[in-house]
Design a binder for this molecule. Structure first.
Ligand code: PLP
Length: 405
């Protein structure tokens, strides 16, 4: 299925010589609807939601509430109140890490291909509170090793408190079997937090069907405004979780020495909100809600197939993850070995308008463990990319590799 008819919604793709934008694992382009929502807030009703009762205030409150419901429905949450707006997925993961109560010796398990946002908070808790962080080793091709995971859970025994895993890795696009992982986690009476930064934008993610406990995601990777993310959690967990952003909006009342916490989501959304971002988040997710997300996923895989088949024969490079692009979603991440990844990324843009990412993509741990200090060059597709974008990437990349070899 092609989504090329949607390209006209994206102003950056309607310019003369639009780029082949293949840096979607970092941040996506924005459709006009989202840009209009931001502009409408500032030009028509730039007030404060949730507090002021004048016309601007009530309009903003209504639109934010609508936005929350749109996002909650997109992930099939039980209630909009389970949907907390955050600044980004990093903020969401930190809220979980620093909001749960920990005892010395409690165990948290992650994978070995985690973004720093699902690694650093755990290392911090280890250093500050003495929790134990254990890493499950993947198979040599980066696919998930269920046996290693089950062993790690059994080893942790009743100390296992939380499993936190990225659903799809930003390193390589590899998807892990979250439903099975959740089942094992719950059998060990532990909680599961899913880092959905790379899955929620690209496929149907249904929190009830997956039976998970927390989901963190980046709305800026879903056609939404920058500075916006989401945290979903089961109601009873949110009710008992400590907020890391206490202040205005998070309480129903205070005295000089006491307080009454507000219910979620308010408890977690302290301080004046990014109202333009909150409202535009609803527009972005409304935009995605009209699409068949499984078809989006298939489309991205078909583009990855073109990229993979077009470059895999080149000498000196290596695609990270399984050979089969179907197991790497829309991400083609290439170890450049002796070739200069940054220089080639600059050349791709300058020569042909192909925009990709180079470096360690905040997965330093994986690269450092293997001694790849320069990281990789990563092309990542989204719904508006076309076969022509993928072919242009292949042609330009092949020429660049030849030029630098
Ligand atoms: C898998 C994964 N987790 C977490 C993050 C952090 O997301 P954010 O930039 O929204 O904090 C990213 C961002 O690239 C990511 O790819």
């Amino acid at each position: 299925m092609s989504f090329s008819h949607l390209r006209s919604d994206f102003p950056t793709l309607c310019q003369e010589n639009p780029p082949a934008y293949l840096d979607n694992a970092c941040v996506t382009l924005k459709p006009q609807q989202v840009i209009d929502s931001i502009s409408d807030y500032y030009s028509k009703y730039p007030g404060c939601g949730g507090r002021s009762v004048h016309r601007y205030g009530t309009q903003v409150s209504r639109l934010v509430q609508q936005s929350r419901k749109t996002v909650a429905d997109f992930i099939n949450a039980n209630s909009p109140n389970e949907m907390i707006f955050t600044r980004n997925a990093t903020h969401s993961l930190n809220q979980i890490a620093k909001g749960l109560s920990w005892e010395k010796g409690d165990v948290i398990i992650t994978g070995d291909r985690e973004h720093n946002s699902n690694l650093v908070p755990w290392i911090q808790l280890k250093q500050e509170f003495g929790i134990e962080h254990r890493v499950v080793k993947s198979n040599p091709d980066n696919s998930f090793n269920m046996e290693n995971f089950e062993d790690a859970c059994s080893d942790a025994g009743d100390k296992l408190k939380l499993v936190s895993m990225s659903h799809v890795g930003n390193l390589d696009g590899v998807k892990i079997p979250i439903k099975e992982i959740t089942k094992v986690t719950h059998e060990h009476n532990a909680l599961i937090s899913v880092d959905g930064a790379q899955s929620t934008p690209h496929m149907k993610v249904d929190v009830q069907e997956l039976d998970i406990d927390f989901l963190s995601f980046s709305i800026h990777k879903m056609c939404g405004p920058s500075g916006m993310g989401g945290l979903w959690g089961r109601t009873e967990l949110l009710e008992n979780m400590r907020t890391i952003q206490a202040g205005g909006q998070t309480v129903t009342s205070t005295t000089y020495d006491s307080l009454e916490w507000a219910k979620p989501p308010s408890k977690f959304e302290g301080g004046l909100g990014n109202f333009a971002g909150l409202i535009a988040s609803g527009s972005a997710i409304d935009y995605l809600s009209k699409l068949d997300m499984n078809a989006v996923h298939e489309h991205e895989i078909s583009l990855n197939r073109i990229m993979t088949n077009g470059i895999k024969h080149l000498n000196g490079i290596e695609i990270i993850g399984p050979e089969n692009p179907e197991m790497r979603s829309g991400i083609c991440s290439i170890l450049m070995n002796q070739l200069p990844a940054h220089d080639i990324a600059i050349l791709l843009d300058e020569a042909a308008g192909v925009m990709v990412r180079s470096g360690q993509h905040c997965v330093h741990s994986w690269f450092n463990d293997r001694g790849h200090k320069d990281g990789s060059l990563r092309a990542s597709a989204y719904l508006y990319n076309t076969e022509d974008d993928a072919k242009l990437f292949v042609d330009t990349f092949c020429e660049a590799v030849e030029a630098f070899s």
